[in-house]
Design a protein around this ligand. Sequence first.
Ligand SMILES: NC(=O)c1ccc[n+]([C@@H]2O[C@H](COP(=O)([O-])OP(=O)(O)OC[C@H]3O[C@@H](n4cnc5c(N)ncnc54)[C@H](O)[C@@H]3O)[C@@H](O)[C@H]2O)c1
Length: 431
Amino acid sequence: MNSLNVTIAGLGKIGIPLAVQFGVKGARVIGYDISRERCAVINDGRNPLTGEPGLDEKIPGLVVSEHLRATTDPREAATSADVIVFIVPVDIDATQRADFAALDAAVDALAPHLKRGALIIVETTVPVGTTRNRVGVRIAAATGMTPGTDFALAFSPERVSSGSVLLDLQRYPKIVGGIDAASTARAADFYAQMLDAEILPVRDAETAEFSKLIETTYRDVNIALANEFARIGDALGLDTLGAIAAANTQPYSHVHAPGPGVGGHCIPVYPYFLMDPQTAATPPLLETDLAATARRINDGMAHYAVDRLAQTLGTLEGATVIVLGLAYRAGVKESRHSSAFGLANALLAAGAITYVHDPLFTAAEIRALGLEPPPAWPLPCDALVIQAWHRHYHDLDLAAFQGLRAVLDARASLDPASVESKGISYVGIGR
Ligand SMILES: NC(=O)c1ccc[n+]([C@@H]2O[C@H](COP(=O)([O-])OP(=O)(O)OC[C@H]3O[C@@H](n4cnc5c(N)ncnc54)[C@H](O)[C@@H]3O)[C@@H](O)[C@H]2O)c1
């Protein structure tokens, strides 16, 4: 056990489990967030996140033993911190450039209160060069301190998935890269104390930043390839999913699953970060044919899927269609860049009366995102579109949807024969 003071900036889906992990390892953790409500819930000994195993049990004890508290006050958060970990989101803006507003704000708030000798770690996924040229430069400007000399600075990608964060923290090697060798060594030593996972130091902060963009862009490109296979298979009347499963029995073939697009705030975002490095004062946008093409293919899948449904029904003009699942994936209350938006837009453009249902979101939350929840449940409709196969849908009774003529199963969740045996058309992607 140790008595490090660790501050986590950003108490979100990843920041809270991280705070818990470090608290369990004996650190005195302060969570810093701009949300008063979130801080109050934690200081009350309660878990604000649903669906993240391990937190309900651990948060109350950590708060009582003073290994975890939360604050919106940057001075309180930073003054005694030996280590500060930034895990606030960086997303893309409307022009698909990295939007640093939240990260910059968090850095600017904490920097003036930084202790000399502190270790600063960025865990948020960022374009290459951000840790050194953006975070380091801002802290230096705010404090007059020299990065590497007066404080250590490193990047360590967060590789976990929400829903299994504490488990993933144990099983994925922790990659660390500093702005100099001493920063790398300090960050590696910190994680060796805080995690049970293998620690994997790399050459520098840029290598660590690049590794996360490689990991995520690989998946986007892989899914685009699966989507291309699905389009070919659909055109030829083949069983693409069966063919992919067969191909993947060869150890070098790892083709992912086709689908209606790629959602979430990671995989569809980070290929754009590759193109937007922060390695110079006015960095050029890089051209990346393959990653850009993959983005285009994946973003086109919602239209493709809706076109297949339209062909089955004859037309979607005036048809009532319900998209099942606003969340970008099953079981997670996260809607950013969800394929539900692309599907709903394509349905509306085709003239369908379109509703989006999700048991994890209230009707008001669905409306606030510009979508319309169904006015009744189950609602008579012409078609259902399976976008996120939440547990709640597993015993869905298709017969309860009066007038149902087709199911677009974008996640390969249902047995086609069983759907068709009810006199309902089954429309798949690559199936
Ligand atoms: N969610 C995932 O599955 C996942 C997986 C791997 C890595 N990550 C990384 O974690 C980052 C954060 O993701 P998340 O899912 O935890 O986000 P989130 O949206 O759940 O939480 C972000 C938190 O940051 C807080 N915040 C925003 N601006 C702030 C500021 N200026 N100062 C302090 N706090 C601020 C918000 O109030 C919120 O509580 C992502 O950008 C990504 O790089 C996420």
